[in-house]
Design a protein around this ligand. Structure first.
Ligand code: ADP
Length: 228
């Protein structure tokens, strides 16, 4: 599903964030991306949804070369990839329901279908009863559940998460990770950058460790491998 071939990323300021990465991620995998701060994890992940373009090399998602994707095709790509951020990025003036529905409204899904999908997805993340609330009325963990619901409401085949538990307490982090695990069990590929050592070592999955812009380790049932 995702293939990187000799990928490099040099930012305009001269920093080489990704320094020659080759990797293949198959449909249905769950991959943790770990490594020290500044190692290139976010850059690696951002290139998968075309937030950043590689300076050299190819990134293929289901055979489409993202580096060569025309700007007008980017929205279509993004519709097929769910993205979850550390800081949630919810729209503050919209209700929980509206934040999740938004992703379907922009693709002009039928209103009846929108309602069904949004309520089903809110149920999956345990927030159907808070559909009318505003994000500010929710806890951090609940806000992250809304952002997960928003990322999967389109039923994407791939969900990418950059430090999704970075702002959450340990108990809430476990709840959030269990939701990602459930999403993966249903067949969605999950790629997640994380510093959560305990979770990586307990809910074991493939671990890709990035150091100085290169893959330092790639293990099928890996460990976090660093001090937190
Ligand atoms: P990580 O997610 O592992 O902390 P990043 O991918 O954010 O690593 O950063 C890798 C390197 O690239 C760091 O040296 C960082 O300062 C640099 N970097 C990240 N984003 C940019 C940017 N937009 N412009 C310039 N340098 C950047």
């Amino acid at each position: 599903m995702i293939e990187m071939q000799s990928v490099f990323k040099k930012y305009p300021n001269g920093v080489i964030a990704v320094n020659g990465i080759d990797v293949t991620i198959k449909q249905g995998e769950f991959v943790y991306v770990v490594g020290p701060s500044g190692a290139g994890k976010s850059t690696f992940i951002k290139m998968m949804y075309r937030e950043e373009k590689p300076s050299k090399g190819a990134i293929l998602i289901n055979g489409i070369d993202l580096g060569k994707l025309k700007p007008k095709k980017v929205p279509l790509l993004r519709r097929n990839i769910g993205v979850v951020f550390q800081d949630f990025k919810l729209l503050p003036t919209l209700s929980v329901y509206e934040n999740v529905a938004f992703a379907l409204e922009v693709i002009e899904e039928q209103p009846k279908q929108i309602k069904k999908r949004v309520l089903e997805t809110l149920e999956l993340v345990g927030l159907k009863h808070k559909a009318r609330m505003l994000p500010t009325e929710l806890s951090g963990g609940e806000q992250q559940r809304v952002s997960i619901a928003r990322s999967i409401v389109n039923a994407p085949k791939l969900v990418i998460a950059d430090e999704p538990t970075g702002n959450l307490d340990p108990d809430t982090s476990w709840e959030i990770m269990n939701i990602f695990d459930e999403i993966n069990t249903r067949g969605t590929t999950v790629v997640m950058a994380t510093h959560n050592k305990e979770i990586v070592n307990t809910i074991t999955h493939r671990v890709i460790a990035i150091e100085n812009g290169k893959i330092a380790r790639d293990e099928q049932r890996g460990e976090y491998g660093y001090e937190s």
